[in-house]
Design a protein around this ligand. Structure first.
Ligand SMILES: Nc1nc2c(c(=O)[nH]1)N[C@H]1C(S)=C(S)[C@@H](COP(=O)(O)O)O[C@H]1N2
Ligand SMILES: [Mo]
Length: 255
């Protein structure tokens, strides 16, 4: 730690019993941390004085945010995202960070190590539909019905090697290099029962705007983790690169 930086807030876990911890959402926990640090005005003074670390996140907040990553992991176990009646589902905004890649759908394959899987290969796995909320960090959200297979069922058929701790998902459509996107997931989140490799949205095959032919629907995490048009899937022992984590967002991006 840079000695010129103000001290981070003291670890808030000291003050809380596990039962109390469970009752706190990640966000309210941040505020609890701020309370422990002293006062909000003190924190904003720190923030004002703290140097930007180059990711756009001030050091003081980064330390709080690292504590929260650990917390996100402990809160994850056993939590389910809310589900809704399918009648509430709507079409979400198209949130490609650039142009929508229009690819040859018939030629698409999911690369998994040596395997090159077609959508029909994936459709042999049990089909599941879930109506959940897609929440974008930009502030909008939409209730959407996703249909596909559970990532957990994919992992049963194509098991990770022992010691795998992460999943790397990449969207690298040929000819759309400017739109390439990549997401890293801790393996527990990938295997969460609500995490789907989805091929349909609101009862229709995915459109190009929403990631045809295959995307991730992971309602325990923000929209940034819901990678569209997946072309590569691998299990990893080290934390993989992640498009938004590379820009300073929380790698876990949990809700
Ligand atoms: N390949 C790819 N996947 C992506 C993105 C992207 O830019 N490229 N944006 C993400 C973001 S920020 C959000 S909020 C969701 C939005 O999904 P939608 O466009 O189907 O609404 O897609 C995610 N998946
Ligand atoms: Mo987003």
């Amino acid at each position: 730690m840079n000695p010129n930086q103000p001290p981070p807030s003291s670890p808030p876990t000291q003050e809380l019993t596990p039962a109390e911890l469970k009752r706190l959402s990640r966000r309210s926990f941040l505020w609890a941390g701020a309370g422990v640090a002293g006062s909000l005005s003190l924190l904003s003074l720190f923030n004002h004085k703290a140097k930007d670390d180059g990711t756009g996140i001030k050091q003081v907040f980064r330390s709080a945010h690292l504590t929260n990553e650990a917390l996100a992991q402990s809160l994850l176990s056993g939590r389910l995202a809310p589900e809704f009646p399918a009648s509430l589902a709507v079409e979400p905004r198209n949130n490609y960070h650039g142009a929508t890649p229009e690819i040859d759908q018939a030629a698409w394959r999911l690369q998994h190590g040596e395997l090159s899987l077609s959508l029909d290969d994936l459709k042999t796995l049990p089909e599941v539909s879930l109506t959940t909320e897609l929440k974008c960090v930009e502030g909008w959200s939409a209730i959407v019905t996703w249909t596909g297979c559970r990532f957990a069922d994919f992992a049963k058929k194509y098991p990770p090697l022992p010691g795998s701790k992460y999943v790397a998902l990449r969207s690298e459509p040929a000819g759309f290099e400017d739109e390439w996107y990549y997401v890293g997931l801790d393996i527990e989140s990938a295997l969460h029962p609500q995490t789907l490799l989805a091929w349909s949205m609101n009862g229709q095959p995915l459109t190009a705007e929403h990631g045809a032919p295959l995307r991730l629907a992971i309602p325990i995490k923000y929209g940034i983790k819901n990678i569209k048009l997946i072309t590569h899937l691998s299990y990893e022992t080290e934390r993989p690169r992640d498009y938004w984590a590379d820009s300073g967002y929380d790698f876990y991006a949990g809700l």
